[in-house]
Design a protein around this ligand. Structure first.
Ligand code: FAD
Length: 490
């Protein structure tokens, strides 16, 4: 065997090829790779279905893109912070309500464009003058009219194009929709918010696909005490190995072997790969044999956007009592957005959230320079602002454990990439936000994808055992009704 002493030991005492011998004595085994929401959901489901599960995680913490930080003395989320779809239809709702975790609803709207209700905005120009609310509302309506017009463009053109390109076509056809002066800047700000949703610039977002994801009812709610309690609850009792960075995945007829950075190898009947798309794209994990071309091209063709958070903690609140503050400007790159956490949590915290190229550029700065940059944006609108007493800066674009914030549809790529990414390859199963065609880029999408991969894995492994009825379905208490039928066509 090619393993080190330690890995021989692991192989002996850990997960074994359970169909080779002692079939009656052993439960089937699975290795789950990545302890984000998807991996934890999958691991927990299979653990409850009597599988032997080991969960390998490269970081020294669980949660992945759910990352609640407590260094200010209270929780703040550097990754996900909203439950998109505050309703019983959301697969995470039963758990969140059972844990008694409060939500602060920032919007009752079920659209990707408005995760805040209009009345809670305060927009300013670069000179610190507040934009009249009527103008904000009027341009909002116009923005929707322009989007409706882009839908006509979509029907007419067989080729896909970017949202920005579609806007240009609309302006050529409908000069009455063109804006000037302050109104034009407000329009750029709306477009900037749309870019924030996709974590990508308007010239890369696909016109054909941008509105294809399913929005759950109930609007958007902030997790007031942070998202981590949800993760911690799901992870309880699981065998999670932190600081285990996977570098190689070998699949054979009767099982898989997964090797981590220090050379240790784990073996099992199957593996669930719940890694971020950015990590799969980077090619740092060797697959043996290599993944089929259709899977590799799905990985290549996806876009991964970048959105970051620069969290500024002040000694007191000096800003208006609104849910967020915005700076309007000539280009989306120059526009800004600050979430006011004081409304939701009572803490004197503003969260600056750049996306797309701006986020990538800011990631090249030191944390101090990034925090200063965010503070300078704030000073433009509130010249009397006092400096923050503490700050936190995320690096989702360059962190080797993520390499991007979340998936989006690039121009010209088919929407069925999500499905292609999800479909298993032999005894390798795939989970993660990028495998969720209905709810990509979300925590509940990652959760559902984990349950789905677990069910798929359970069925296939137990089919081989011929003992399907001996084991519980994987969804346990909470998920049964939320998992769609496993119907696919390739
Ligand atoms: C800034 C930001 C804001 C967001 N806001 C929201 C929001 O408000 N609401 C919402 O619903 N969603 C939001 N999202 C998206 C949401 O966080 C993700 O869709 C979701 O958490 C992804 O979960 P996952 O399990 O698919 O991936 P991840 O959480 O990324 O988990 C993958 C895990 O794999 C690990 N890993 C990586 N490489 C290796 C390796 N080689 N070996 C072993 N382990 C490895 C990682 O460390 C990580 O723990 C946001 C994301 C970001 C970045």
């Amino acid at each position: 065997m090619e393993n080190t002493d330690r890995s021989n030991h692991q192989l002996r005492r850990g997960l074994c090829y359970s169909n080779v011998e002692g079939k009656k004595a052993r439960s089937p085994s699975v290795i789950v790779i990545g302890a984000g929401m998807a991996g934890i959901a999958a691991a927990r489901a299979l653990h409850y279905a009597s599988f032997r599960v080991v969960l390998l995680e490269s970081r020294d913490r669980i949660g992945g893109r759910v990352h609640t930080d407590y260094s200010f003395g209270f929780p703040v989320d550097l990754g996900a912070s909203w439950l998109h779809g505050v309703s019983k239809e959301n697969p995470l709702a039963p758990l969140i309500s059972r844990l008694g975790l409060p939500l602060y609803r920032t919007s009752g709207d079920n659209s990707v464009l408005y995760d805040h209700d209009l009345e809670s905005y305060a927009l300013f120009d670069m000179d610190g003058n507040q934009v009249p609310q009527e103008l904000v509302a009027k341009v909002g309506e116009l923005f929707e009219s322009i989007l409706k017009e882009t839908d006509k463009v979509r029907q007419e053109y067989s080729e896909d194009m970017s949202i920005r390109c579609a806007f240009s076509i609309v302006f050529e056809r409908r000069p009455d929709l063109r804006l000037e002066g302050l109104a034009q800047k407000v329009l750029q700000w709306y477009l900037c918010r749309m870019e924030g949703w996709f974590a990508a610039d308007a010239d890369t977002i696909s016109l054909k696909c941008w509105d294809q994801e399913e929005l759950l009812p109930g609007g958007h709610g902030l997790m007031v005490r942070g998202y981590l309690p949800v993760i911690n609850t799901l992870a309880k009792g699981l065998d999670i190995r932190l600081n285990h960075r996977v570098i190689k995945i070998v699949r054979r007829l009767h099982g898989v072997k997964v090797t981590v950075e220090d050379g240790t190898t784990f073996a099992a009947d199957a593996a669930i790969i719940a890694l971020p798309l950015g990590v799969l794209k980077s090619g740092t994990i060797k697959f043996e044999p290599k993944l089929p071309d259709w899977k590799e091209s799905a990985i290549d063709d996806f876009g991964v956007g970048v959105e970051n958070k620069i969290i500024l903690h002040f000694d007191k609140v000096f800003w208006p009592n609104v849910e967020f503050l915005g700076v309007v400007a000539d280009t989306t790159y120059e526009c800004s957005y600050f979430l006011n956490l004081h409304k939701a949590t009572g803490r004197s915290v503003l969260v600056y959230m750049p996306a797309g190229q701006l986020a990538r550029d800011i990631e090249k700065m030191s944390d101090e320079a990034a925090a200063n940059f965010a503070f300078m944006q704030l000073k433009k609108i509130l010249p009397e602002a006092s400096a923050p007493i503490q700050y936190l800066v995320s690096h989702w674009g360059t962190d080797i454990n993520t390499l991007g914030s979340y998936t989006f549809d690039l121009v010209g790529k088919p929407h069925d990439l999500y499905e292609r990414l999800r479909i298993p390859v032999d005894n390798l199963f795939f989970a993660g936000e990028a495998t969720s065609s209905d709810y990509p880029g979300s925590v509940h999408g990652a959760y559902s994808s984990g349950l789905m991969a677990a069910e798929d894995c359970r069925m296939r492994v137990l089919e081989r055992y011929g003992e399907l009825d001996l084991f519980q379905p994987v969804m346990g208490e909470e998920g049964l009704s939320s998992v769609p039928l496993l119907i696919s066509r390739m």
